[in-house]
Design a protein around this ligand. Structure first.
Ligand code: ZN
Length: 394
């Protein structure tokens, strides 16, 4: 007898992200059904497909808390609009869950299109969500109201990126930020969502000041906010450490380059090493790709002198750097790209390997952490480095 879509991954060295040792992992209907000791699973013989991992690593699929799914745009005119994310970009980067945001451009890009892309990606098996709003204040919304978006539109999980400390933002006041955070909190509460406000933090020296001010002057707690790009310079990263000590959580951008690092950006690996060494709360730090964002390089007058695009592969590159170069334990390096973002964003079935969780998993080579396979919602999307799952028009 064969049960439909019952699949087993044998002899996997599982990191859930905590190490579980060798396991046979049974998958059905897109979920992890059981993690049993090798050869001891009761349903093993009934599996339709059996894949022997031969001791390779099996880890949760990466959760990217900031992806510009529809592309970003136009910071040096229309020709500089960045391309949208395709399913293959995520699969080949080991990203199985994305949270999309508009970013700077709320005119040439729209929440309607972002919503449609999220639903399209879901139809293909990817975990996909979106933030309502953009850099701009008051936030653009789907239904005319932040609370209503959160309550009535299922894939909306929060608001963002709201920009602070950046010449491209609306320079929001304490009152404006407090109002958005309160709307996100109430909307999230009514809908059973985490209702975070993802905050784009620009390079201005005010950094996170405005968020600390909101927490001091109003009833909004720091953990309502989820500031990103906090590794863009050392002063901001030091502020982010204080932010987490005071109860907040922070996100580091993995897309970087030599020029940015030379200019003082803190790499994810360096940031995490420092974080753990200082004994900061290890569940309050995440990495994201800022995938498909335009990453402009500005001169002193605010003119654009260079453009790059956020890479989806930056997340797994950061994971490799943490383990292979910074020599952190795999479980410590996995948390900021799996269980931490899933918990902060309230994605209850994502970011961990356990019975009942979504079967989003990566198979990694133990020595190099090269991507051997990707399982997306129980389906094999990539195997032996070759993509098996494609979208229409590819
Ligand atoms: Zn941003």
């Amino acid at each position: 007898m064969t049960l439909p879509s019952l699949r087993i991954l044998k002899n996997a060295r599982v990191y859930a992200p905590e190490p579980l040792g060798l396991r046979d992992v049974l998958v059905a209907h897109g979920k992890v059904l059981a993690l049993s000791l090798p050869g001891q699973g009761a349903l093993t013989a009934l599996a339709e497909e059996s894949l022997d991992l031969e001791g390779r690593l099996l880890v949760p699929g990466l959760v990217d808390s900031l992806t510009h799914i529809t592309g970003g745009g136009g910071e040096d005119g229309f020709v500089s609009r960045t391309p949208p994310m395709r399913l293959g970009d995520a699969i080949e980067a080991g990203v199985t869950t994305v949270a999309g945001a508009l970013g700077t451009d709320r005119i040439g890009q729209s929440l309607n299109t972002l919503y449609a892309e999220v639903m399209r990606l879901r139809g293909l098996g990817l975990g996909a969500y979106l933030y309502t709003g953009s850099y701009h204040v008051p936030p653009v919304t789907l239904t005319g109201d932040v609370q209503r978006d959160l309550v009535l539109v299922e894939p909306v999980i929060g608001v963002g990126e709201i920009a602070i400390a950046d010449h491209r933002g609306s320079q929001p006041s304490v009152e404006e930020l407090a109002r958005i955070a309160a709307d996100a909190q109430v909307g999230g509460m009514l809908a059973g969502k985490s209702g975070r406000v993802l905050v784009h933090v620009g390079p201005h020296e005010s950094g996170l000041d405005r968020l600390f001010q909101v927490a001091q002057e109003t009833a909004v707690p720091l953990h309502r906010f989820y500031p990103t790009h906090v590794n863009r310079n050392r002063a901001l990263f030091a502020q982010a450490e204080r932010f987490a000590e005071a109860g907040g959580h922070v996100d580091l951008t993995a897309s970087t380059n030599e020029k940015l690092l030379q200019a003082g950006e803190v790499s994810c690996a360096e940031g995490l090493v420092r974080w753990l060494r200082r004994g900061l709360p290890r569940d309050r730090i995440t990495f994201s790709t800022d995938g498909h964002a335009s990453l402009p390089v500005f001169n002193d007058e605010g003119g654009v002198v260079g453009l790059e695009v956020g890479r989806m592969s930056s997340l797994i590159d950061a994971l490799r750097c943490c383990v292979l170069e910074a020599r952190l334990p795999l479980e410590s390096a996995l948390a900021p790209v799996t269980s931490n973002p899933a918990r902060i964003l309230g994605l209850k079935t994502k970011g961990r390997l356990a019975e009942g969780m979504d079967a989003d998993m990566l198979v990694l080579e133990p020595e190099t952490l090269a991507l051997h396979g990707v399982v997306l919602g129980g389906r094999v999307a990539l195997w032996e480095g070759e993509r098996r799952l494609r979208e229409a028009f590819e």
